[in-house]
Design a protein around this ligand. Structure first.
Ligand SMILES: *Cc1c(COP(=O)(O)O)cnc(C)c1O
Length: 365
């Protein structure tokens, strides 16, 4: 059996007719940037999250950068981020000239929490970026309390948790501002790059709307030096079609994760994902002390897996200047050595999940 890491076969089939129709409307509209499709999607996304403002941008990285800049984060400032996350979280902080401060994740949830964040606070700390990694919401009540006590901004990185909730609120609606990505493989993925910034704050929203479009609140007037980072009309039209289905698709992903949970239950060599809150499954990530061998074994048996992420931020060449060494972030390093993301996609069958699990058991047997 050959099992890809991800396949769009089922979802593409489901939305094909509607998408082609949307493309024709888009094509004929002769209005390809900052038009009604984007407004429509921004409204729908804001409603979905329960936020006042949703502002479409060019990518998840741009969403983080623009959110940080709108908050006034700049050189000399420190921003606390997880030591175990996608590199975009760190690069956004660096892009606005601030310094990323790495907090170790909770070894169970893989997310930073109030205790690990508190260890990193200094009088230069201006913001915290909790990342809802793999679809697991961070403990947002504690994190918001800590931020309120210290007068620090919270920028949620919701790229991996679209549709998740914490205490009946959607992730991405809890912090002062939030960034997400519509990179194709995310739970809500576009047909290209895209991102969204969400906030309840009117003033912040105004700044963000201006920043994404050359610092221009009004045509030919430029109040600040901005970006060209806009979610285009075609992506917005196609994302509108997918957004209606996101909750159902997340339930489907959960069902696949449940199969993994059951079929991997009596394997003592595997650490399965820990589910603390209203999780959505972006990735089904297991840990194994012989991860590299297991990955090779699965590959040889036709099962494609990925590692999120094999090199921690502090050991990346781009961050050499921070002067970190191996051993500085032991939890992040351990996760980088042990995590393995198993295939998980809409339309994956129980037989496919069973085959993956059989291969894993055979490797361990
Ligand atoms: C995907 C991702 C991003 C960046 O999104 P892009 O659209 O690829 O720029 C940021 N943070 C996390 C946690 C991500 O998974």
């Amino acid at each position: 059996m050959k099992i890809p890491f991800i396949s769009f076969d089922t979802i593409n089939q489901e939305i094909e007719k509607e998408s082609i129709l949307a493309f024709q409307l888009f094509f004929n509209s002769q209005n390809y940037i900052l038009g009604n499709e984007l407004l429509n999607f921004e409204n729908n996304y804001a409603k979905f999250l329960g936020v006042k403002h949703a502002i479409g941008v060019g990518s998840g990285l741009d969403a983080l950068i623009i959110a940080l800049q709108a908050l006034g984060i700049q050189a000399q400032d420190e921003v606390i981020i997880p030591s175990h996350t996608y590199i975009a979280t760190a690069m956004a902080v660096s892009r606005v000239g601030a310094k990323p401060i790495l907090a170790e994740p909770n070894p169970q949830t893989y997310n930073i929490d109030a205790a690990s964040i508190a260890k990193c606070l200094t009088d230069k700390t201006k913001a915290i970026i909790p990342v809802h990694l793999y679809g697991q919401p961070c403990q947002m009540d504690e994190i918001m309390n800590l931020a309120d006590q210290h007068g620090i901004w919270i920028v949620e990185d919701n790229a991996q948790a679209q549709g998740a909730t914490f205490a009946h609120k959607r992730t991405g609606s809890i912090g002062h501002v939030s960034a997400t990505s519509f990179y194709p493989v995310k739970n809500l993925g576009a047909f290209g790059d895209g991102g969204m910034i969400t906030t309840h704050d009117d003033l912040l929203a105004k700044k963000i709307i201006s920043l994404r479009n050359y610092g221009s609140p009004q045509k030919h007037e430029h109040e600040i030096i901005g970006y060209n980072s806009r979610l285009d009309e075609l992506q917005a039209a196609l994302l509108n079609i997918k957004l209606k289905r996101l909750d159902r698709w997340n339930i489907e992903r959960q069902k696949i994760a449940d199969w993994y949970d059951i079929l991997l239950v009596d394997n003592a060599n595997i650490i399965k994902p820990f589910i603390a809150h209203d999780h959505v499954f972006h990735l089904y990530v297991i840990r194994h002390h012989k991860r590299n061998e297991l990955q090779k074994y699965l590959e040889a048996n036709g099962v494609r897996t990925l590692i999120h992420y094999p090199i921690p931020i502090h050991l990346q060449q781009a961050y050499r200047h921070l002067g970190y060494r191996r051993g500085d972030f032991p939890i992040a390093e351990r996760l980088a050595d042990e995590v393995l993301s198993l295939p998980l996609f809409i339309g994956m069958s129980k037989e496919q999940v069973a085959y993956v699990c059989d291969c894993i058991h055979r490797f361990d047997g």
